[in-house]
Ligand binder design. Structure first.
Ligand SMILES: [Zn+2]
Ligand SMILES: [Zn+2]
Length: 280
């Protein structure tokens, strides 16, 4: 099974590589459905030749992964209408972000359970099993969710690899908030790697782009500093940005970390590049 977050330009090469390794099942966790997060699905190898694509994503006002695929894959924008491929797509809408947890088991597949069941399985004296006893937490990849601040309903995913306990949070399409909400802080807390949306320079944000649903590098650094994040990657670069612009955003995040007295965070802050591979 290959796992992807969103279906942007990274998905087609990931899909080809997964096929090369014999991974025919693809699971895609959608943050939301703005074009910059969906277009790769129309070009991914799994869409045309795979055995099964399972797509999780938010559902808002009756629009979830299935309705979005129907709108993306429609003639003349796509060679066939979605209904011709629908038998290979499992679309799993998520309506209660923050109350559910995804449990990804190497052989039992992906299950959606309640946070209460997850918490119970972690309590002392529990046998650590979830999904009607099918999955032992210690063998799973656990995925927690947080609803970001964005014009559309958008999910940030926190991955916990068991049994190593290594964590990764993908927080994109999230706007700077005046304070750091407690549930956001616990979602990000102590993570080994945080990839966060730092699209806009502070001045641009204040003058033109507040309310667009994206954050500043300074906000990313503050959040990472306050929550004990170990490594911070700045992403969701502005489509009109040059390499120098991206370098400037990363420098702003580093400068903020230094200003906060966190040299270690500054040293471990970087700009995300296309097709970059990061070991956690
Ligand atoms: Zn968006
Ligand atoms: Zn976006």
């Amino acid at each position: 099974m290959a796992l992807a977050v969103d279906a942007g330009t990274g998905l087609p090469p990931l899909s080809v590589r997964a096929f090369g390794r014999g991974l025919k099942k693809l699971v895609v966790l959608m943050t939301h459905y703005h074009h910059d997060h969906t277009q790769g699905i129309t070009m991914a190898a799994h869409t045309f030749a795979g055995e099964e694509v399972t797509m999780f994503g938010p559902e808002d006002h009756g629009i979830g992964p299935k309705q979005v695929m129907e709108r993306l894959m429609v003639e003349p924008l796509f060679p066939v209408n979605f209904e011709k491929l629908a038998h290979r797509f499992k679309c799993k809408p998520m309506k209660n972000i923050g109350t559910e947890v995804l449990i990804i088991h190497p052989t039992e597949g992906v299950h959606k359970i309640q946070v209460s069941e997850y918490n119970k399985a972690q309590a002392p004296g529990s046998n650590g099993r979830v999904c009607n006893g099918k999955c032992l937490l210690l063998e799973c990849l656990v995925v927690l969710m947080y609803r970001t601040t964005h014009p559309e309903q958008t999910i940030s995913y926190r991955f916990i690899e068991m049994p190593s306990g290594k964590t990764f949070v993908f927080l994109t399409d999230h706007e700077s908030t005046a304070a750091l909400p407690a549930d956001l802080r616990s979602h990000v807390a102590g993570t080994d790697l945080l990839i966060a949306d730092g699209q806009y320079a502070q001045k641009v944000y204040e003058e033109r782009t507040a309310g667009f649903g994206h954050a500043t590098p300074e906000y990313c650094a503050l959040l990472a500093h306050r929550t004990g994040v170990k490594r911070l990657g700045i992403t969701h670069h502005d489509p009109n940005a040059s390499d120098e612009d991206v370098d400037a955003r990363v420098a702003e995040a580093k400068a903020e970390a230094v200003r906060l007295g966190n040299q270690e965070l500054a040293d471990n802050t970087f700009g995300c590049a296309c097709y970059q591979e990061i070991e956690i």
